[in-house]
Design a protein around this ligand. Structure first.
Ligand code: EPS
Length: 391
């Protein structure tokens, strides 16, 4: 089949979250510590709620890895929900509910109402448990495995936040190289590439918290060191830009994806919108600009892949006067349910975005170069890189 795939399972307050990643080649070195570091990165960010104080996400590998190397068989990752011990009654696998309270006031913007109607639930907890962004923990674990494959062939992925609410650093980061932006973002409590601006962002988040509000924002994810030729133009569902957009939009609360200069390109004349082609014996084919964000014709062009993703504010509001909703039993107007939640999760979402990009790129690498034995695949990639230079 030559493609990677993963499934995940688990409810937000169930015993654990699991993922099965299938299609990884054999003989790839995997570090569990690496996965755990990525999981910790996802848990950070100013503006997270109480749940992150309870959890210390750690990955347990149940299959597919032996003595630190992949076997080529499905890799199962398990992450326990520490909070489960507080939910054993409400989330019991068998028996009758002890706590008779049900969630009947759907939150506008959440899956609550549509999920309840679709699956026929009178207790909307049955929806929110799976719709929750808690699920992204497993995406980050899978992404961390994919990142290890990519790094072994020189592909690095990073991210940073460019705006939260009305506050933006987009105009002041132009001169900072991509990898430096990510490095600096690691020092920032809100993942911005200019940590000196943190206080402004934190004040806004504090204000939102005081008001019982939530905030969205924009983050950018990039990949450097990507060879020319991943993805394809020959069929719609093989176009890599489309695959990246789908992966990003599938993250909870995402409402927009741009690649490269994205919507800004629509305002320019053609002569100002494209990246001219140059050749150098050492570098091979290259561009001096990267407006296309590393993708032309659904194929990587060797320049960094740049993806910009827009996240809406989290639907759970702690305001006294919450948003209008309807009691699903009585059909009377009611104010939406309040649940413990985050004020903002844009910094964490950026880390999830990295994981999704890592997955899509690892999939594209495997699609192009095969998925049996990583040692053999790496040799093939090396030869291919020489070919693209001398083409
Ligand atoms: C999250 C865990 C959740 C939320 C958040 C993300 O935990 P809990 O619901 O127990 O507080 O903090 O999810 C949402 C905001 C949502 O609407 O789903 C996590 O692990 O990232």
């Amino acid at each position: 089949m030559g493609r990677l795939r993963f499934l995940n399972a688990g409810e937000s307050h169930g015993p654990a979250l699991t993922a099965i990643l299938e299609g990884m080649p054999s003989n790839l070195k995997i570090s569990v510590e690496y996965i755990n570091k990525e999981l910790a990165r996802r848990q950070k960010g100013y503006g997270r709620g109480g749940r992150m104080k309870i959890e210390k996400d750690r990955a347990k590998i149940l299959s597919g890895v032996r003595f630190g190397y992949t076997l080529g068989s499905p890799i199962t990752v398990l992450i326990e929900n520490k909070d489960w011990e507080n939910w054993t009654d409400i989330m019991a696998i068998e028996g009758e509910p002890v706590d008779k309270r049900e969630i009947v006031h759907p939150r506008p913007g959440h899956a609550d109402l549509v999920g309840g109607i679709k699956y026929g639930f009178r207790d909307l907890r049955n929806v929110l448990e799976r719709a929750s962004a808690r699920e992204t923990t497993t995406r980050v674990a899978v992404g961390a495995i994919c990142k290890q494959l990519l790094e072994d062939i020189g592909i690095k992925i990073g991210s940073y936040v460019v705006s939260i609410g009305e506050l933006s650093v987009r105009d002041i980061i132009d001169s900072i190289p991509l990898e430096e932006r990510a490095k600096r973002a690691e020092q920032s409590e809100v993942r911005i590439p200019v940590p000196e601006e943190d206080e402004k962002f934190k004040k806004l988040i504090d204000l939102a918290k005081q008001e019982g509000e939530s905030l969205g924002g924009v983050f950018e994810v990039f990949a450097v060191g990507v060879p020319i030729g991943l993805g394809s133009y020959v069929q719609w569902d093989r176009r890599l830009d489309g695959r990246i957009a789908q992966a990003m939009m599938s993250i909870q609360a995402m409402k927009g994806v741009e690649i490269g200069e994205g919507f800004n390109l629509t305002k320019k004349f053609g002569s100002q919108a494209h990246d001219e082609i140059f050749y150098d014996k050492e570098k091979g084919f290259y561009h001096k600009t990267n407006r296309a964000g590393g993708l032309e014709g659904g194929i990587t062009n060797g320049e960094p892949i740049i993806v910009r993703v827009g996240m809406k504010p989290i639907p759970t509001l702690m305001r006294k006067k919450s948003l209008h909703s309807v009691d699903i039993r009585t059909k009377e107007p009611f104010l939406a349910a309040k649940e413990r939640s985050d004020v903002t999760a844009v910094p964490a979402a950026a880390v999830v975005g990295e994981a999704m990009l890592a997955y899509v790129l690892a999939d594209a690498v495997i699609e192009k170069f095969g998925n049996d034995n990583w040692i053999e695949i790496k040799e093939r990639i090396q030869k291919y890189k020489e070919y693209t230079k001398s083409f």
